[in-house]
Design a protein around this ligand. Structure first.
Ligand code: NAP
Length: 484
């Protein structure tokens, strides 16, 4: 099944930080893929902007190299690169000065959708927003896209929101969380609200617990300065994992409309209980002989920043009272995997007797590496050996079911950038959501800083500190294995 690509309306996409790492690895390759699929046929233009003095040809060379390096799938023909480059131009511009702004204003078309992607450090967001207004580019169909991190606590997030709000309306601000652009994450909503099967069971009466795992095999090398100021809680839990939790736990919105969805997500965040230190385990990875441990990498033997966190959260509302949500994420773990496992309760009575064993349904939503959904069901073990039960997966691999040519393989950035052009904010975080997420995170971090506890060491290539296993064992539950 090949999905139909509908070209978007004419647009100008301006990438502030067009020479940076994110532009090179994600934004430009994503745009090229959309170009190859015909989505820019309506007329899309890309303008890179940064302080480095480059002419258009030099920038196109940069873009070409980024595409060759990072677009490795078979969807794009090499000949398409030359055509794509015709849509690309560059302006030398300083976010903090006047250089380049008049030129940029002259290059953009006010009758187009104009999307300004802030792919620069957050300290420049205010300068960019202000100059866009001053140079007359904030009106019409202007949108700004801002990257994470969005603040480092509630106060800084509020300040950032206030700064952006001075120049742009909330309906023009697109706060990116690339997790929300993943196909499976959107499928969470389709599965929950497009089927009759799951929603009646989607509550504490039938669900024992839900566990979220975002495991990485890489350490923090290359990002040590940023990471040591952030840690796993700020880098992963406050944003990506919180968004997943919201989509799993929210009430059905009345319609699939940006504010209806975001209102429901916000209610979940506000219903989260404070998590006490007893329900949190923090860790730091050790060296593995070849690669240095966390403390050596950040060059601070006394660093109190966690590269791993596991916690148990509760949502105090009618639907979820009594169902714990276990979240864990970390660096240098056993395998690179992200999944959500919805673990249903045991059947109330086993007609098969104790010897049939304990069986429960688990709905597993895999976000990476291979996006898909698996439902574990209990069946009779085949053969004449009597009524023995066994759990088997009812596998919903989208790529297999829908065919390899579907848009399933699209990168999250492809979807999100096209949503910006289409003016659809559903998959972007609203300002109040981000602030509420920090309002939940801040006291947790404050408490562990005041408590003075240091993160527990864990072996590289493990599943994190053993105390994280105990967090579930003491409740009579266990984490799913982090599979290679
Ligand atoms: P980067 O590689 O350091 O690039 C920064 C870009 O900003 C460069 O193009 C730089 O070019 C430009 N720049 C710096 N100061 C400027 C100024 N005064 N005026 C105009 N342009 C200026 O950073 P990055 O990794 O691409 O990250 C960009 C943003 O995305 C950051 O907020 C980061 O937290 C976020 N992010 C990055 C990633 C990632 O994978 N890299 C992932 C998630 C979020 P010049 O020096 O030529 O001006």
């Amino acid at each position: 099944m090949v999905s139909r690509v509908i070209p978007v309306e004419p647009f100008d996409l301006i990438i502030f930080g067009g020479t940076g790492d994110l532009a090179r690895r994600k934004i430009l390759p994503a745009l090229f893929r959309r170009f190859c699929d015909g989505q820019m046929e309506g007329g899309g233009r890309i303008i890179g902007a940064a302080r480095t003095e480059l002419d258009g040809d030099a920038y196109r060379q940069f873009v070409q190299e980024a595409i060759v390096e990072f677009v490795t799938d078979q969807r794009c023909e090499p000949a398409a690169i030359a055509k794509f480059l015709k849509t690309v131009s560059y302006v030398t511009l300083d976010a903090r000065g006047d250089t380049g702004w008049n030129a940029l204003a002259g290059m953009t078309d006010p009758s187009h959708v104009r999307a300004f992607y802030f792919s620069v450090g957050p300290s420049l967001f205010g300068d960019l927003a202000e100059r866009l207004r001053d140079y007359g580019m904030g009106g019409g169909e202007a949108r700004i896209v801002v990257e994470k991190p969005f603040g480092r606590d509630q106060q800084t997030a509020e300040e950032l929101n206030a700064t952006l709000a001075r120049h742009f309306d909330e309906s023009q601000i697109y706060r990116i969380d690339h997790y929300l652009g993943k196909e499976t994450v959107q499928n969470l909503m389709a599965i929950r609200f497009g089927n009759m099967l799951f929603e009646p069971l989607w509550n504490s009466q039938y669900i024992d617990h839900i566990q979220f795992t975002v495991a990485e095999t890489v350490g923090v090398a290359g990002r040590e300065e940023y990471y040591d100021r952030a840690g796993a809680m700020r880098d992963m839990v406050q944003n990506h994992m919180m968004q997943l939790l919201c989509l799993i736990a929210m009430e059905p919105p009345a319609k699939f409309d940006p504010d209806a969805v975001r209102d429901e997500k916000l209610k979940v965040i506000r219903a989260l209980d404070h998590v006490t230190p007893d329900d949190i385990v923090r860790g730091q990875y050790l060296d593995d002989g070849d690669r240095p441990g966390y403390l050596e990498t950040v060059g601070d033997a006394k660093s109190n920043t966690e590269s791993f966190v596991a916690l148990k959260a509760h949502i105090s509302n009618w639907r979820w009272a009594g169902t714990p949500f276990y979240l864990r994420t970390g660096k240098r773990l056993r395998a690179r995997t992200s999944e959500i496992a919805v673990v249903f309760k045991d059947a109330p009575h086993s007609i098969f007797g104790a010897e049939a064993g304990r069986h429960r349904n688990i709905l597993t939503i895999v976000l990476q590496p291979n996006e898909g959904i698996e439902l574990g069901v209990t069946i009779k073990e085949p053969g004449p050996g009597g009524m023995r039960l066994v759990d088997v997966p009812l596998d919903m691999s989208f790529a297999e079911a829908l065919g390899p040519d579907t848009q399933f393989a699209a990168d999250a950035y492809e979807r999100l950038i096209m949503d910006v052009i289409r003016g659809n904010q559903t998959l972007f975080m609203r300002g109040d959501e981000v602030e509420a997420a920090w309002a939940w995170t801040d006291p947790i971090i404050k408490e562990w800083l005041e408590g003075g506890a240091t993160p527990l060491p864990y072996d590289s290539g493990s599943s994190g500190p053993t105390e994280a296993l105990a967090l579930m064992h003491r409740d009579g539950r266990r984490w799913r294995e982090i599979r290679k």
